[in-house]
Structures are given as C-alpha cells and as structure tokens.
Ligand binder design. Structure first.
Ligand code: 5GP
Ligand code: ZN
Length: 143
C-alpha cells in the first residue's frame, strides 16, 4: 500500500466504492465520475504505478478480470460495445498513479470517438526508422 494513494485507500476499505468484482489480487469498481453508465475501473490490489511495473502474473490477472467483466458491464447498461484502455503514465493522461484499466461502455449514439482520435496526424516515419523501432522492441521483449 502506498500512502496518499486513493486507490490503495479503496483497496483498504478506507474510501467506499461500488465494487463489482474482487479476488485476492484484483479489485474492480465503478468510476466515481463515469464517462458512461457502467464505466468500471480494474486495478491490482498491490500498488503499481504503471502497467509495466506489475509482475507478469498480476498483469495477466488484471486483464483476465477486464475480459471477464466486459460482457456483464455491457449487459448491465445495454451497451453496443466498449472502450477498454489504460492511460499509462502522466503524459498519457493517467491522473491516479496506481495502474487501472478502464472499461467504458459505448453506445451507437454516444458521440464518442476511437482511441485514434487522441492523436492528430501521426509521425512521418520512413522504412529504416520503422525497422529500427521494430528491432529494438523485439530485442527488449525477448529479455
Ligand atoms: P485516469 O485519468 O488516471 O486514467 O483515471 C482515473 C479515474 O479514476 C477517473 O476516471 C476518475 O473518475 C476515477 N476516480 C478518481 N478518484 C476516484 C475515487 O475516489 N473513486 C472512484 N470510484 N473513482 C475515482
Ligand atoms: Zn495505490
């Protein structure tokens, strides 16, 4: 548990939440300021700031709970789909520094946009740059 972390306080029961799923390692609860009805947050109970800070097993557990909840969440609010996403790091809009996955129900007429709309036009990368980036990621991913 991290001092001054609002999600650690929710895990500890010091701040109330509308819990929708809980096991030994993962907690899911309704977002207090929902972007849509049913907007749910899924968190590891242990404090980790970023997605990549979680041990592999825990990351798998968190995703498994998101996977498990998508259908019940969509059903609960009669959604047509959902946006499933992490804001990973302050620069990406992460406001609570305890990693959390968002499941935001989507509706045909909600006026929302896809994740791609976060960005304007993408960078202009040539083939060599793309090859270098791909090779670097592949090398690191092997470790
Ligand atoms: P972020 O921008 O960090 O990805 O998202 C943080 C989310 O946490 C926001 O959608 C916000 O509404 C939600 N949130 C912040 N404080 C609380 C809280 O005390 N309880 C609940 N249930 N959600 C919270
Ligand atoms: Zn925390």
């Amino acid at each position: 548990m991290s001092d001054d972390c609002i999600f650690c306080s929710i895990v500890a029961g010091e701040i109330p939440s509308r819990t929708v799923y809980e096991d030994d390692d993962v907690l899911a609860f309704l977002d207090a300021n929902p972007l849509a009805p049913g907007h749910t947050l899924v968190i590891p109970k242990d404090h980790h700031e970023h997605v990549q800070d979680m041990p592999n097993d825990l990351a798998g557990d968190v995703f498994a709970v998101m996977h498990r909840l998508v259908e019940p969440i969509e059903s609960a609010v009669d959604a047509d789909g959902s946006t499933v996403a992490f804001n990973n790091g302050e620069v990406a809009g992460q406001e609570v520094p305890h990693t959390h996955g968002h499941v935001v129900p989507r509706f045909d007429d909600d006026g929302g946009r896809p994740i791609h709309s976060i960005f304007g036009s993408g960078p202009d990368l040539d083939d060599d740059e793309l090859d270098d980036i791909a090779a670097s990621i592949a090398d690191d991913a092997e470790d």
